[in-house]
Design a protein around this ligand. Structure first.
Ligand code: URA
Length: 233
């Protein structure tokens, strides 16, 4: 990894700012101040110091966000706020959301810079359970339950089995294992329902319990290991 990127990723400033620190000889690599911004360093084995203090490197970050309405699940947007605007302290890291929640959907969204894990988690092969509470425009008739289970045609493909439970007259709990565009809304729309509120309450074993809307927390080591060990089916 380039030294300037390492420093920027570690929160020492923008690429431009860290280049200045290198010029000012405030950065050492293995006790040498004869360093260049484009120098390739090994973040694990090289000892990199700022003003003599060793920089501890964290390569990957994992966050669980309770997403509010009004934010795009994207890394940047010219006009709209994105979910990354809710983690301003981590702007220096190349974070991205794991999959998408619609702008008007609330609830659990993972955010990381670990592309391998993110890719694995959104693969339908992993069969990760995603549980949503959907508020509908009218009373749910459970005769559509079997069709959710057997799958319906969306984008010329049969959806994977989904489970449907009635919580209140017009409130349903739905579990799916894939993440097609507007999947839950389109599944209900197929049967003439409009989803007026959608909240993701669970992603695999994770819930947003304890987080107010708009709050986030880092995942624990155990949670990260558990996510990594989810088996494909
Ligand atoms: N399904 C939807 O329709 N929207 C979401 O945000 C997530 C799942």
């Amino acid at each position: 990894m380039r030294l300037d990127r390492f420093l920027a990723n570690s929160g020492y400033g923008t690429r431009k700012e860290v280049k200045k620190f290198i010029k000012q000889k405030r950065i050492s690599v293995n006790d040498s101040f004869d360093v260049k911004d484009n120098q390739i360093i090994d973040p694990i084995n090289d000892v990199i110091c700022f003003d003599g203090d060793k920089i501890d490197y964290q390569e990957f970050y994992y966050f669980l966000l309770n997403k509010p309405k009004g934010y795009l699940s994207a890394t940047e947007d010219y006009y709209e706020q994105t979910v990354l605007d809710l983690l301003p302290e981590y702007r220096h890291i190349d974070l991205f959301p794991v999959g998408r929640l619609d702008k008007d959907t609330t609830g659990l969204l993972l955010i990381t810079n670990d592309g391998t894990l993110a890719h694995d988690l959104i693969s339908p092969k992993k069969h990760v359970d995603k549980v949503y509470i959907a508020t509908l425009d009218k009373e749910l008739d459970l005769k559509i339950k079997d069709e959710f289970e057997h799958g319906i045609i969306l984008d010329d493909e049969l959806t994977l089995p989904a489970s449907l439970e009635k919580i209140e007259d017009n409130i349903a709990k739905v579990t799916i294992h894939q993440g097609k565009y507007h999947q839950i809304k389109r599944m209900f729309e197929y049967f003439g329902y409009k989803v007026v509120e959608l909240d993701r309450i669970k992603f695999s074993f994770l819930t947003y319990d304890g987080l107010e809307i708009g709050e986030y927390r880092e995942l624990s080591k155990e949670e990260i290991e558990r996510l990594k060990s989810l088996k494909s089916r």
